[in-house]
Write a protein that binds this ligand. Structure first.
Ligand code: DUC
Ligand code: ZN
Ligand code: ZN
Ligand code: ZN
Length: 472
């Protein structure tokens, strides 16, 4: 089956050009200058599916390198299944996610990966890969890393936060990084000093500061900066490439920018919530509503200027990727677990559906350029996680994961339950986007078409990833 997308502007990190796109089966086979030859009009006449993209952007499907479908957390589980979460991603123009397999306490990482494959298998509307969370660094899990790399799981996440749950101490981090350096795997880090945070949390609760806002104040930026610096030093010592997830403090980014300036393989990911939302808004929310924005790392103070600095670091390139850390919980019954004690609020914000739109608004607002939008949301995540050039680019030979984006369209987020994520609220309720995801193709199949969902659970395939292609 052939699909011909004509009249649009193809956007890549290196430029934008009016080009027609020919898809055969699940791959892109040609980009053609419009009207340059008779070939174009022949194709228009003979293709099975014709898509008119006049006045619109033709971009690679979004690659969200950080999601948590069905993740167990604090006695509950993230509310999106692989089925509902990947459907919502598709609606928002994301065609690949990389989710996290979580090591079961005491279990082998090989077995935990198998159980996460089972959860996702037959459920996904779009393609999906896995990172592996190592919850217990020991000789078994270290030996298992090479095996997982061979199976296409080439990145491993550790936590410097959450003592007693996912937490790794410095010795464990050092060992895991040594193994990452040996295998070529990417080390991902949740960089917050969890031991110090737990003291501040305990003190806040004892003082009676139990409202959601105090989640943010007890996860102080100093503890993100310190952990980020420590992770960078351990990575430098071992030679492991380091990807710091969900960076929200400008001081942590300064640490990363300095290490990058010195030539170290250190990368920063940030998320839309840290660019758009703030601690002050959480403070101003009525009663317990602030729980909607409880996530870790936390939202930061706008007065202190973190959001502007994060945007700036996207422009300089020291923020490498924008992912969602999609980890949704419903307000009723889940976020409410923390009424009277913020430390019992499950941590996470769901936004897998809104990342492409929210970041496009950054283009409209003059924060980033059009090409940088595609770069941080599609191309570089694909390279970072070893999926390029199959994913992340509109080019001959690539998977036909394509989004037709309408810069004259409009999207209002979350009002009257209009999103497709399995959440009973939206973290971006009422936010208006000056753009719209019109059509989404996943490997050549139209899965969203002008407000109609045509995808299906089980269309998505596991992406066996190579080592990172983004290292210096
Ligand atoms: N942060 C979150 O907000 N949710 C899940 C885990 C994490 O690190
Ligand atoms: Zn994390
Ligand atoms: Zn996460
Ligand atoms: Zn539209």
């Amino acid at each position: 089956m052939t699909t011909f997308i004509h009249g649009g502007t193809v956007v890549s990190p290196t430029g934008s050009q009016q080009l027609d796109v020919l898809v055969d089966g699940d791959r892109i086979v040609a980009l053609l200058e419009p009207g340059s030859t008779a070939v174009g009009s022949d194709l228009a006449a003979t293709s099975d599916v014709l898509i008119d993209a006049t006045g619109k952007y033709v971009i690679p499907g979004g690659v969200d390198g950080h999601t948590h479908m069905e993740m167990p957390f604090g006695g509950t589980s993230a509310s999106d299944t692989f089925e509902t979460g990947t459907r919502a991603a598709a609606w928002g123009g994301t065609t690949t996610i990389v989710d996290f397999a979580v090591q079961n306490p005491g279990g082998r990482i090989q077995d935990s990966l198998a159980s996460w494959h089972e959860k996702a298998s037959g459920q996904c509307a779009i393609d999906d890969g896995f990172h592996q969370i190592i919850g217990g660094v020991d000789s078994d899990s270290l030996k298992g890393m090479a095996e997982l790399v061979a199976e296409g799981v080439t990145s491993f996440k550790l936590f410097m936060a959450y003592p007693g749950v996912f937490y790794s101490d410095d010795g464990q981090i050092l060992r895991a990084m040594q193994t990452a350096a040996d295998t070529g795997a990417l080390m991902m880090m949740h960089a917050e000093n969890g031991i110090a945070i737990d003291v501040l949390v305990e003190q806040a609760i004892a003082r009676g500061d139990t409202a959601p806002y105090f989640h943010g104040t007890s996860r102080a930026w100093q503890l993100e900066e310190e952990a980020t610096h420590r992770a960078i030093m351990l990575a430098q010592l071992t030679g492991a490439p380091l990807y710091v997830v969900h960076v929200s403090a400008k001081q942590a980014l300064e640490q990363i920018a300095t290490a990058r300036g010195a030539g170290q393989n250190v990368f920063a990911e940030t998320c839309p919530q840290y660019l758009y939302l703030s601690l002050e808004e959480q403070l101003g929310a009525p009663s317990f509503e602030g729980a909607k924005w409880v996530c870790s790392t936390p939202l930061r103070s706008r007065e202190e200027g973190h959001q502007d600095e994060l945007w700036r670091y996207i422009r300089t390139g020291d923020v490498t990727t924008v992912a969602t850390d999609h980890c949704p919980f419903c307000f009723q019954g889940q976020k409410e677990m923390g009424i009277g004690d913020f430390s019992k609020i499950p941590n996470g914000i769901g936004s897998v559906e809104h990342r492409m739109d929210l970041m496009f608004q950054g283009v409209v607002d003059g924060r980033i350029g059009l090409e940088r939008w595609v770069d941080v949301c599609c191309t570089t995540p694909a390279r970072m996680f070893g999926m390029y050039p199959r994913k992340g680019i509109v080019a001959p030979g690539a998977d036909a994961d394509i989004v037709i984006y309408d810069p004259k369209g409009h999207t209002t987020i979350g009002v009257n339950d209009t999103h497709h994520m399995n959440m009973d609220y939206s973290a971006y309720e009422g936010v208006r986007i000056d753009g719209h995801v019109d059509t989404v193709l996943s490997r050549g199949t139209v899965i969203v078409d002008g407000g109609e969902y045509l995808g299906r659970a089980g269309h998505g395939r596991f992406v066996k990833r190579d080592l990172s292609q983004n290292l210096i």
